[in-house]
Every structure is written in C-alpha cells, then in structure tokens.
Design a protein around this ligand. Structure first.
Ligand code: URA
Length: 232
C-alpha cells in the first residue's frame, strides 16, 4: 500500500478510484459544558522561562474565559521540538483533561501525524491560540485572542521549532496576521518570524468534511518535504 493510501485509510477515507468498492467509515464530532477557577494576573510574559510561563497560564485571568474553564490548557510535547502544531482552543475534552487535542479532533490529529511518521510528544509540540475553552466551543472573540497570544508567542520563542503547522483559521490569523481562508493559503510555505508555516485544515473541520482529508494529506506532504529541505 502506498503512503497516500495508508494515510487515507488512517483517516477513514477511501481513495477515490476505490470509493465504489469499499464503504467509508464516518468520524464523529464532540461537544459539552464547564465549571469555574481563577486568581492573579501575570507579569512580563515575553521574558518568562517554561516554569514561569506554565504558572502564569495556569492562573491567568486576562480574559473572561477563566471564569468558565475547568483549567487552562497550556500545551503538550517536546519543549525542543522541530515540529509545532498550532490549533485553535481547547474543547470540552481538553478542558477536562488539561491537554490539547485529546477529543475526536485530537485522535484525527494523532493519525495525521502518524501518517508522516510523527508522534505526539516526540519532536512535536502541540499548542493552541487560546489556552482556555470558549463556552459551548464557540469561536474565540478577538479580545480573547489578543489577551492570550503572548503565551503562544513565548512558547514559540522557547521551543524554536523548525516548522509550524497552522491548523485552521484562528491559528492562521495569529501566525500570518491574515483573515484569508485556509483554502486560499494552503499549498505554499508561509513565514512566522523566519519559521516556515504550512497552512492546513483544522481536524474538527475534517471530521465534518471527510473528503477534504485528501487535501490535508497534500499539506502534510508539503510540511514533510519542507522539513526535509531544512534538515539537508
Ligand atoms: N481543537 C483545537 O483547536 N484545539 C484543541 O486542543 C482541541 C480541539
């Protein structure tokens, strides 16, 4: 089986030329609710080391989301990773477990990583634009993003990844400072402060639109090729 076919199979997709012969399993979505927490505000985020940054995020009250979250979701993985995956915001599962991408979208993300030989925590770091869950999984508000992005900026400075995979519209907006659609930005290499950025669809979007997984595979291939060039 080719790598592409293996990817499509992992993703629950059948190559188009086989679609009539094999049934395609459908992925499911996740939602839910939350309780409270909170305390003091943080200092100069741009100068923090990992422990200070983690503590600041855990007690952050910069935006109203601290009132409804169970806990802040800092990020997970190798703090010296070459690969950084940036998502949007914690959902219900992430809010409960305190780790990004642990629900259905996270399972899909893990499979996507696997398809290009990567594994959560091994040379990969995963973080979100927002560290607190927006109630009901609504879209982040601009003020929430503005309040939270210093944390992601500092994470990127500390990690110094070789490549960033921007997953979905909000990651793209922060990293590229552009409102354009994922569809219009994918397929080429962008830049965040000298770090190559590959744009791809958010796993939650792919769960709702399984045929788009084939395009995400192209994005992953571009990311892998870009990384290979960097490593030469
Ligand atoms: N979606 C995201 O963008 N991040 C998560 O951590 C979970 C779902």
């Amino acid at each position: 089986m080719s790598r592409r076919d293996a990817y499509l199979r992992e993703m629950g997709l059948t190559p188009l030329w086989r679609a009539r012969a094999e049934p395609v399993p459908q992925a499911r979505e996740n939602p839910a609710a939350v309780p409270p927490s909170a305390t003091a505000a943080s200092g100069d985020v741009s100068a923090m080391d990992w422990p200070a940054l983690k503590a600041a995020v855990a007690r952050c009250t910069r935006c109203p989301l601290h009132r409804t979250r169970t806990q802040a979701v800092f990020g997970v993985g190798d703090e010296k990773a070459d690969w950084l995956i940036v998502g949007e915001a914690p959902g219900a599962d992430e809010d409960e477990k305190g780790e990004p991408f642990v629900g259905q979208a996270g399972k899909l993300l893990d499979n996507m990583l696997k398809s290009i030989g990567l594994k959560r925590g091994e040379n990969v770091y995963i973080a979100n634009v927002l560290k607190s869950r927006p109630p009901g999984n609504r879209n982040p508000e601009p003020e929430e993003v503005e309040a939270c992005v210093p944390y992601l900026k500092r994470q990127i400075e500390l990690i110094q990844p070789k490549l960033i995979l921007a997953s979905g519209r909000f990651a793209v907006q922060f990293l590229l400072g552009r409102e354009a659609s994922v569809a219009s930005l994918r397929g080429r290499v962008h830049d965040y402060q000298g770090i190559p950025v590959i744009v791809t669809y958010h796993p939650a979007y792919l769960l709702r639109n399984p045929p788009e997984k084939a395009k995400a595979w192209e994005d992953l291939c571009l990311a892998r090729e870009t990384m290979a060039r960097l490593e030469k």
